[in-house]
Design a protein around this ligand. Structure first.
Ligand code: GAL
Length: 358
C-alpha cells in the first residue's frame, strides 16, 4: 500500500516535470507535433485550455506536447527550448512573463517553427505569427460597468468607497483589463461619486505580480487596516481575475465582512471557487471566457499556418508587441452572475451542476 502511494507520488511528479506527450490516434499517421506551453495549473482555466487544445489537435491528427511551468519564467523558457530541440512543428504559447521569450522565439524562427500567442501577447518579438485571445479591454469594461450598475451610480450620489486591483505587470493583458475598467469608473471618481480611500489608483501601486492570490489577500489586509480602521465601509473592489478575488474575499471575511456586507467584487475566468462565491453571494460577478472557443480558435490558426493558409483574424490594430502589430482573433467575454450562471456555465456543458455548490 505504502509502496503504491509512493509510486503514485513519484509517477505524478514525473508527469508534472516531463509534461505530457500525447499521440494522436489518427490511423493515417501523425500530421506533426504541436508544442503547447501553458503558464500554470493554479487557475483551472489554464488546465481547461491545455486539455481542450490537446483534444482538438488530436482530432485533426496532430500529436501534442503539453507543458505547464507553474509560473516559473525560466522553466517555461527551457520547456519551449526543449520543444524546439525535439523538433515540434508549431508552438502555442501562453506566456508567464511576456517580455522574456525574445531569444527563444529567435530559435523557433531559425527552425521555421510558427508561433501562436495564446491569450497573452508575447512581447518584443517579430516571430509571433498570430494571437488568439479575448477582447481584453472589454473584459475590464464589463467589470467597470457591473460596479456602476450594482451601485446604481447613474442615480445615486454616493460617495461610495472602492479599492482597485490590477493583474501581473509582466502580463500585457493586465493593462488592457485595467484601462478598460477605468474607462468606465474614472468619470465617477472624477465626479466624486466613487472615492478610493487608499488613494492608490496607479497601475504600479495596485498591480499584483504573478496574479498571486496570497499577495492580493495581504494587500487587501493592508488596505483595510490603514484606511478602514474607523468603521468606514468598503462598497466595491475592482478585482481583475478570480485568482485575486478569492484572496480579497478571504481578507474581507477575516476582518468581519459577511455575505450580507460584502462589497461588490468583480472577477474573471469563472474558476470554480469564484463561481461558488458568486452563487453564495460573496463575489458579485465573474467574466467568463469560454476556453473551448479560444482553444478551438488557436488550433484552427495553427492548422491554417501549417497548411500554408491565412488564419481568420478580426483585429489587426490593437496588439502591438513593440516589434510588430500581431494579427489577432478576439473572442467575446461574457458576464456571469447569480442570474445567469446556470444558463451560461451549466446548460452549455462547461461545468456539471454537481461541481457547483447550489
Ligand atoms: C490573464 C488571463 C486571465 C487570467 C489571468 C490570470 O492573462 O487573460 O484570463 O487567467 O491571466 O491567470
Amino acid at each position: 500500500m505504502q509502496k503504491a502511494i509512493r509510486f503514485g507520488a513519484v509517477a505524478s511528479l514525473l508527469f508534472m516535470t516531463a509534461g505530457c506527450i500525447q499521440q494522436s490516434s489518427g490511423e493515417e499517421g501523425s500530421k506533426g507535433t504541436i508544442g503547447i506551453a501553458m503558464p500554470t495549473q493554479s487557475s483551472e482555466r489554464w488546465i481547461a485550455d491545455g486539455n481542450q487544445m490537446v483534444a482538438y489537435f488530436e482530432e485533426l491528427g496532430y500529436d501534442t506536447d503539453l507543458q505547464y511551468a507553474e509560473d516559473i519564467v525560466e522553466n517555461q523558457f527551457s520547456q519551449i527550448e526543449n520543444m524546439i530541440t525535439r523538433g515540434v512543428d508549431a508552438l502555442v504559447i501562453a506566456s508567464i512573463d511576456g517580455e522574456t521569450l525574445t531569444s527563444v522565439l529567435e530559435s523557433a524562427n531559425a527552425e521555421n517553427i510558427p508561433v501562436i500567442s495564446y491569450d497573452r501577447l508575447i512581447m518584443n518579438s517579430e516571430y509571433v505569427d498570430y494571437y488568439a485571445t479575448f477582447d481584453n479591454y472589454k473584459v475590464g469594461v464589463l467589470q467597470g460597468e457591473y460596479i456602476v450598475e450594482a451601485l446604481n451610480l447613474e442615480e445615486e450620489e454616493g460617495p461610495f468607497n472602492i479599492e482597485l486591483f490590477a493583474g501581473s505587470p509582466d502580463d500585457n493583458n493586465a493593462t488592457f483589463f485595467f484601462k478598460g475598467a477605468m474607462s468606465v469608473l474614472q468619470p465617477y471618481i472624477d465626479q466624486g461619486k466613487l472615492v478610493v480611500p487608499s488613494g492608490q489608483t496607479d497601475f504600479n501601486q495596485i498591480a499584483i505580480l504573478g496574479w498571486d492570490g496570497a499577495k492580493a489577500q495581504s494587500r487587501m489586509d493592508n488596505l483595510l487596516s490603514s484606511n478602514y480602521g474607523g468603521g468606514e465601509e468598503l462598497h466595491a473592489v475592482l478585482a481583475p481575475a478570480d485568482l485575486l478575488s478569492i484572496g480579497i474575499i478571504a481578507s474581507l471575511k477575516n476582518s468581519g465582512y459577511t455575505v450580507d456586507t460584502m462589497p461588490i467584487i468583480t472577477g474573471q475566468d469563472a474558476d470554480l471557487p469564484a463561481v461558488n462565491a458568486v452563487i453564495k453571494g460573496e463575489q458579485a460577478m465573474t467574466v467568463f471566457k469560454d476556453t473551448r472557443l479560444l482553444a478551438k480558435k488557436a488550433v484552427e490558426m495553427t492548422e491554417a499556418v501549417l497548411q500554408g493558409e491565412e488564419p481568420e483574424v478580426n483585429d489587426t490594430n490593437t496588439y502591438d508587441n513593440n516589434a510588430k502589430v500581431v494579427p489577432a482573433f478576439l473572442e467575446e467575454p461574457v458576464v456571469v452572475d447569480q442570474d445567469n450562471y446556470e444558463e451560461v456555465l451549466v446548460d452549455s456543458g462547461y461545468y456539471e451542476a454537481s461541481q457547483l455548490d447550489q
